[in-house]
Design a protein around this ligand. Structure first.
Ligand code: COI
Length: 356
């Protein structure tokens, strides 16, 4: 099903960044954004592409008081021939709908949502950067917008897509990051909202993130909220370890985000002949493997983070270095293969990419 889209394009397009090596992450936005309104009575209406700018929102809106918000992260890549492509965009749309179901927000028609994303990227496609390692980060999000304070599933919502030309998510780029395993705060519990991509999960992670940053770490690695024993995810990425030749990654227990990069890496690794175990992984197992020398590599996977080596892990006064604090061969191979497919430099035998 197609959603109608009205076009209200800007007369005053802004200057695009000239130095693409300094883009950073999510600080610069393109000229336009997409907006669409939902009401229980009328469904999705008033789809429109408008100049990027502030949204007028009622002060009682559900999003401000009860955190009714979900989002996605995806990217558009500039190919050598100048064309632009997306990476597994329907997976993002499907995950967004799963998040919507969990948060009692309205779902979108899959094909219709994909067409919206393609259309808004097409409008601002000159903003897709050209330099190696850069892309256009696409942030679709939805929020509950009922103008009253009752606590209930929303009757009104807004779907929005904004876009930002980006470089590497971490200041370290592809260099190894330093991660602290968090032992006090938890990010999510099974039965909670951990597997939904909702703003609240990220809000709950900020205190530990701040503490870790002050102590010199890039981010925190969360333990499960029940036993506080098993590794879950970093928040901006899923994690994988190479232990004694096998790849091990936390299984999707309900409190871990089902990453699309995670899923893609698992498929690549299996096709390369690695045994990949999706199972519970305790912090103790990691420390023991580090001690006996079988922890060969560690890395994170995510749309923003891509494939990011983990060079140091810390927990409760214990610290260990992984792979000599250098990017390991499997991490590098995954990064090269995945980004090769995304930038159209390698054959896409999985049909993961999607032309604009
Ligand atoms: C992504 O990888 O797209 C994310 O959503 C992670 C983060 C920037 C919140």
């Amino acid at each position: 099903m197609k959603y109608a889209i009205d076009m209200h394009l800007t007369d005053t397009p802004r200057e695009k960044p000239t130095d693409e090596s300094k883009l950073g992450f999510g600080r610069i936005f393109t000229d336009h954004m997409f907006l669409m309104d939902y009401s229980r009575k009328d469904g999705w209406t008033n789809g429109r592409i408008v100049p990027f700018g502030p949204l007028p929102i009622h002060p009682a809106s559900t999003v401000f008081h009860y955190g009714a918000e979900i989002f996605e992260g995806m990217k558009a890549y500039r190919l050598k021939d100048g064309s632009v492509q997306l990476f597994r965009p329907l997976e993002n749309v499907r995950r967004m709908n799963n998040s919507a179901r969990r948060m009692c927000l309205p779902v979108l028609d899959e094909e219709g949502a994909l067409e919206i994303i393609k259309t808004v990227v097409r409008v601002d496609q000159d903003w897709v950067p050209h330099q190696v390692g850069t892309s256009l980060y696409i942030r679709p999000f939805m929020f509950g917008n009922d103008p009253h304070l009752g606590v209930h599933a929303v009757e009104n919502a807004v779907f929005c897509v904004i876009m930002s030309p980006v470089g590497a998510y971490y200041a370290e780029g592809i260099n190894p990051v330093k991660i602290a395993i968090e032992t006090e705060d938890v990010r999510a519990v099974r039965g909670g909202t951990g597997e939904a991509k909702c703003g609240g999960n990220y809000a709950a992670s900020l205190r530990a993130g701040e503490k870790a940053e002050k102590e010199g770490f890039t981010q925190v690695l969360w333990l499960d909220g029940v036993e506080r024993k098993y590794i879950e995810e970093v928040g901006s990425m899923n994690v994988m370890f190479k232990i004694a030749g096998k790849i091990v990654t936390p299984k999707l227990t309900g409190s871990v985000l089902p990453g699309i990069t995670r899923k893609s890496c698992i498929q690549l690794l299996r096709d390369w002949g690695y045994e990949v175990e999706e199972r519970l992984v305790s912090a103790e197992e990691l420390f023991n493997a580090a001690k006996d020398g079988t922890l060969e590599e560690a890395w994170g996977t995510g749309t923003a983070a891509v494939v990011s080596p983990i060079g140091e892990l810390y927990m409760d006064g214990r610290e260990f270095t992984v792979c000599g604090n250098k990017i390991g061969p499997v991490t590098q191979k995954l990064y090269d293969e995945l980004t090769g497919i995304q930038w159209g430099l390698k054959e896409d035998k999985y049909n993961w990419t999607c032309k604009l």
